[in-house]
Design a protein around this ligand. Structure first.
Ligand code: TXA
Ligand code: MG
Length: 320
C-alpha cells in the first residue's frame, strides 16, 4: 500500500517488516538494521546477492558514534557539511551492526538522508534502517513511490510516499583509501563540492564485478531495452531506421523518422537532469521501441554521476 503515514510505517518496521522509504536521492527498501531477519528479508525481497552490503540510515550525525568507531579526521569535515545529504561514509563498524549488513566487511556504509518524512520516521524508531535502493536487483533505482509500487508493491506492506526524489541519483560513497579520501561511488553529491572542502580526492572510476569496497557491479541500472551511448547524430544515423527512444540533455535539433525524444533538462542544468534521469529511463523502457540511444553529459558536477549510471545501464557498442 502507498501512503504518507509515518506512524504506520514505523509500526511495520518495529514488527520486523520492510517499508519503502523516500529519501532525497532514491527510494530505499528499509528494514531494522540491527535485526538479522529483517536484513535477510531485504536481500531476499530485492533479489540481491548477499555479498553486496547495505547502507545504514540514521537520523543525525550524532548517532554515528553508536554504530562506528572514531571517524578519520579528513572525513569529519565532510560529515559536518554534507550530513544530512547525499553523502554516504564508509567507517569502521561497531559490533552492534550485524555482519550481514556489511557482507562481512569491517566497514559500514552510513548516511543521514535529507528527507523530512524519513527523518521523522527515524526519530520514532530506536534502531537505524538498512536500505538499498528499492528496485529489484540490477534494475533502475526508483525515484517515486509509484516506481516502487510497480515492482515491489506486492512484496512489501507499505510504501511511504514522500513525493519525487529531489536529487534523483544515489548518494556519493566516500571513505579512506590508500590514496586518502576516496570516492567509491559517484552520486548525488558532486565531487567538486567535496574537493572544495577537502582538497583533491581519489575517484574510483570503474565498476567492479565483485566489490569488496563499495560495491559497484558493472552491469546495473539496466533497462530491458538495449541502451547505446555516444554522439547522438552518429547513433541516429546508424540506428535511426529502427524505432528508437533518444535521451538527450537539451535536445539540440534531433530529427527522428520514427521514435521518441526525451530531454533531461531543456536548460542544460545537470541537477535537473539528474533528478529526471531514472524516471526517463523507466519511461523509455515502457515505450514501444527497439533500443534507447543516449548522449554523454558534460563530465562535471552531477554529469559525472549521470555518465556513470548511463554507462552501467548500457550495452557495449564497440563491436556493433
Ligand atoms: O542514495 C543511496 O545511497 C540509496 C538510498 C536509499 O539511501 N541507497 C543505495 O543503496 O543506493 P544500494 O544498496 O542500492 O547501493 C549501496 C552501495 C552498494 O553498491 C554497496 O555495495 C555499497 O553501497 N556498500 C554498502 N555498504 C558497504 C560497505 N560496508 N562497504 C563497501 N561498500 C558498501
Ligand atoms: Mg541500488
Amino acid at each position: 500500500m502507498i501512503g504518507n503515514d509515518v506512524w504506520q510505517a514505523a509500526q511495520y518496521l518495529k514488527r520486523g517488516q520492510l517499508v519503502a522509504i523516500p529519501t532525497e536521492t532514491v527510494y530505499g527498501l528499509a528494514g531494522n538494521a540491527l535485526d538479522g531477519e529483517a536484513v535477510a528479508a531485504i536481500f531476499e525481497t530485492k533479489g540481491r546477492p548477499s555479498f553486496n552490503p547495505l547502507i545504514v540510515h540514521i537520523k543525525g550525525v550524532e548517532e554515528i558514534e553508536k554504530y562506528c568507531e572514531t571517524m578519520p579526521e579528513p572525513l569529519q569535515v565532510l560529515a559536518k557539511c554534507f550530513m544530512p545529504g547525499p553523502l554516504t561514509l564508509l567507517l569502521n563498524k561497531k559490533s552492534i551492526i550485524p555482519d550481514l549488513v556489511t557482507a562481512g566487511s569491517e566497514r559500514v556504509a552510513i548516511r543521514v538522508p535529507n528527507h523530512e518524512m524519513t527523518l521523522q520516521l527515524l526519530s520514532q524508531l530506536n534502531f537505524p534502517l538498512a536500505a538499498p535502493s528499492a528496485n529489484p536487483f540490477g534494475y533502475i533505482s526508483p525515484t517515486t513511490a509509484q516506481h516502487v509500487q510497480n515492482q515491489l508493491g506486492d512484496k512489501i506492506p507499505y510504501i511511504l510516499d514522500g513525493g519525487p526524489c529531489t536529487v534523483g541519483l544515489e548518494s556519493t560513497i566516500v571513505g579512506m583509501g590508500e590514496n586518502g579520501i576516496t570516492v567509491f561511488r559517484k552520486g548525488g553529491l558532486a565531487i567538486e563540492d567535496i574537493e572544495a572542502l577537502a582538497g583533491p580526492v581519489f575517484v574510483m572510476e570503474h565498476s567492479v564485478s565483485r566489490p569488496d569496497a563499495p560495491g559497484m557491479l558493472s552491469s546495473h541500472y539496466a533497462p530491458a531495452r538495449p541502451l547505446l551511448i555516444g554522439d547522438l547524430s552518429t547513433l541516429v544515423q546508424k540506428f535511426g531506421s529502427h524505432k528508437v527512444a533518444v535521451i538527450s540533455l537539451t535536445n539540440r535539433g534531433i530529427v527522428l523518422k520514427d521514435g521518441f525524444v526525451k530531454v533531461l533538462s531543456a536548460k542544460g542544468d545537470l541537477k535537473e537532469a539528474a533528478q529526471n534521469l531514472f524516471g526517463v529511463l523507466r519511461e523509455c523502457d515502457e515505450l514501444p521501441v527497439q533500443m534507447i540511444l543516449a548522449e554523454w553529459m558534460p563530465e562535471r558536477g552531477l554529469g559525472r554521476a549521470i555518465n556513470d549510471r548511463l554507462r552501467r545501464a548500457s550495452v557495449d557498442i564497440s563491436n556493433i
